[in-house]
Ligand binder design. Structure first.
Ligand code: DLL
Length: 435
């Protein structure tokens, strides 16, 4: 189902006119209400009058995560505190968290973004939506919750963790929809198949909305098979509101971005110039509708590309390719750029391995080391190194051919790699510790 056909299927020229109107309004609000933006625009010699169409967006300054931290907590707020009804924050690993605040309209807009994605996956009144994203400051739980509510579906707020209980409720309450990170979905799938109390045959799951971290086509296959569902990618970030900045439709061929709310650009992260259509680069968003804390040209550090071809589903909303990774996740090992998601891609090509892995990079005697922990499925596992060799060799060769560097592969016993309830951590760069 298309939740908002007028917007989701709008002709490009009409969409551009809508974006232009909204951009003018949001730039004016930022300039007049947020000293940070006034200062930035003044230093570039521009005023809101210079913004006449959406193409003028390139005149505006970028906003970075550092700016958000410097303005912590409410420096970027464009409304008085009595208009704010919700505060969320993302748990930065270092320093202050990134804060987002919302008016009542912002909460509605955000819920519509999620509802559009869920509707594309066929969610309706009567569905039981198990929300296993964490509830709290993280936007995943309440974001998915409000989206399900907008569709009139049953909200089952299990939050993340307590895996045994999650799968019991999933079966007993007849959950038809699962929302969580792809890594936690895999953990749930594993727990269902290990359990003698529940059975996938008794489950009613039909569709899952997975996001908050990069995941691969191989992981999608694994989740669809193990959970007997359609696995849909949902994308978002705290700075724009949370999940539901976009999501896949039934064609599963890219994430439609809700461009009427969040204007996407792809820039070259080195030159900061716009990339040609279809070229990979850094994703930048401008919030076009947000009232409480609108952000201009936010550099997400997510690397992807935009696809403007029409989608078979009928939506005209631009599609985004899978996120290759964040520029901050990229590791340069022996001079070669490596994204953790490349390892997941390779692992899911080998039936003997689970998609779990952990990369450790270090520098020993002035040389980079690249250690990779992987896990064989229980039916293939043996503690005898000789019996592990036939599995290690082809994996090693494939990584060398795809990534270009030689890993030291270590086989862990089944379930030997830590499972996560939220965003999985896939790598540790110990080289940073020596500085
Ligand atoms: O992760 C919001 C969210 C919750 C999205 C639930 C989807 C589902 P943050 O914690 O601020 O917000 O992290 C945002 O997570 O810039 C991406 O790097 C990554 N990310 C989010 N969704 C996806 C996805 C939430 N579908 C950051 N694929 C973003 C790849 C994703 N990466």
């Amino acid at each position: 189902m298309i939740f908002n056909p007028k917007i989701e299927c709008m002709e490009r020229e009409e969409m551009r006119a809508l974006q232009s109107e909204r951009l003018k309004k949001v730039v004016k609000a930022c300039y007049e209400k947020v000293p940070f933006y006034k200062k930035k625009m003044d230093s570039r010699g521009i005023t809101p009058d210079d913004i006449k169409t959406i193409d003028d967006i390139v005149k505006l300054p970028f906003t970075t995560k550092t700016d958000l931290r410097d303005e912590y907590p409410f420096g970027l707020q464009a409304v008085s505190q009595d208009k704010v009804v919700r505060i969320h924050a993302s748990s930065g690993t270092t320093g202050k968290p990134v804060v987002d605040t919302y008016t009542k309209n912002d909460i509605n807009m955000w819920a519509e973004g999620v509802a559009r994605v869920m509707a594309a996956g066929g969610v309706n009144a009567g569905d039981v939506v198990q929300v296993s994203y964490g509830y709290g400051l993280f936007t995943g739980g309440l974001g998915a919750h409000d989206g399900a509510a907008m569709l009139g579906a049953v909200q089952l707020p299990t939050s993340a963790g307590n895996t045994e209980k999650q799968i019991m409720l999933m079966q007993d309450f007849g959950s038809t929809v699962l929302c969580c990170t792809p890594s936690y979905a895999l953990r749930l799938a594993e727990a269902i198949h290990q359990s003698d109390k529940v059975s996938i045959d008794k489950m009613k799951l039909r569709v899952g909305f997975f996001g908050a971290e990069p995941w691969t086509e191989g992981m999608r296959r694994e989740l669809e098979e193990k959970l007997r569902i359609k696995a849909i990618d949902i994308y978002g970030l705290t700075e724009m509101c949370g999940p539901g900045v976009g999501g896949e439709c039934e064609c599963q061929n890219g994430t439609h971005l809700w461009e009427d709310m969040f204007y996407p650009e792809i820039i070259n992260p080195d030159t900061l110039e716009p990339c040609a259509p279809g070229e990979f680069g850094e994703l930048v968003f401008t919030s076009l509708c947000k009232e409480a804390m609108p952000i201009l040209r936010y550099r997400t550090r997510d690397l992807t590309r935009l696809i403007y071809d029409k989608c078979e589903c009928g939506r005209t909303a631009v599609r985004m390719d899978r996120i290759l990774g964040r520029s901050d996740d990229m590791m340069i090992i022996r001079g070669v750029n490596v994204f953790p998601s490349q390892i997941e891609t390779v692992l899911t090509e080998f039936p003997a391995f689970t998609p779990y892995y952990f990369i450790t990079v270090d520098r020993i005697n002035n040389e980079d080391t690249f250690d990779l922990d992987v896990e064989l499925r229980p039916e293939y596992f043996s503690a005898d190194p000789k019996r592990q060799m036939p599995f290690i060799k082809p994996l090693f060769d494939r990584i060398v051919s795809l990534v270009g560097i030689k890993p030291n592969i270590h086989i862990k016993p089944p379930f030997g790699i830590e499972r996560s309830m939220g965003k999985a951590k896939h790598a540790l760069d110990k080289r940073n510790f020596h500085n």
